[in-house]
Write a protein that binds this ligand. Structure first.
Ligand code: GLN
Length: 196
């Protein structure tokens, strides 16, 4: 299995290290041709406006949309914003997921926090809370159509969603030592491969 990590800006190294630690081949993606032969793609956290502008500059927007039409894609934090259809602002977006997202909705950098999440989609026996790191994180305001909220904070705030083979999390699973979210994403990648 070969997983790409969009490496234009942000926390891409951490995703690569996590994947390599799991024995998965991880490829940094900066150019459209680097998408060839990948089984899935992770879009990391960082600054969504910068990621969007660089993706436009490197002619990645259409190739990324074409890739996502066929393969599993996971956006973390800024990556979730970049995959959303509606963020209430004018910035380059892939716009593939039927979700409405509010940027920086938990407050400023100093209000970043870590909390334990109950994640029902993990396999049986993995019910320990998932340590989730939120850094100037977006909120999932709405999941429409085929998009479904899969994780909420204790107060009901939606923080992760799935639409078929596409996954978004408003937090950073690559910054913890816990690889359960990466494993979950790989299970979606595998499902697409089996259907092929
Ligand atoms: N605040 C950033 C944005 O709006 C996202 C932060 C992150 O990815 N940790 O793009």
């Amino acid at each position: 299995m070969k997983i790409g990590v969009l490496a234009l800006q942000g926390a891409f190294i951490e995703h690569i290290k996590m994947l390599e630690g799991m024995g998965v081949e991880a490829i940094e993606v900066r150019l459209p041709e680097q998408l060839a032969g990948l089984d899935g793609l992770i879009i990391p956290g960082g600054e969504s406006t910068t990621i969007g502008k660089l993706a436009v500059m490197y002619d990645l927007m259409e190739p990324l949309r074409r890739f996502a039409a066929e393969k599993a894609v996971w956006g973390t934090c800024a990556g979730m914003i970049f995959m959303a259809q509606d963020v209430g602002a004018n910035q380059p977006l892939l716009g593939i997921m039927d979700i409405v997202v509010a940027r920086n909705a938990f407050g400023r950098q100093v209000e970043s926090f870590e909390t334990g999440l109950d994640v029902a989609v993990f396999e049986n026996g993995q019910s320990a809370p998932f340590p989730a790191v939120f850094i100037r994180a977006p909120k999932l305001v709405e999941a429409k159509g085929d998009a479904e909220v899969i994780v909420r904070l204790a107060d009901g705030t939606a923080v992760a969603a799935q639409q078929g083979k596409w996954l978004v999390t408003s937090f950073h699973p690559e910054l913890t030592g816990d690889d359960r979210f990466h494993r979950y994403f790989l299970s979606l990648v595998r499902e697409v491969k089996i259907d092929d």
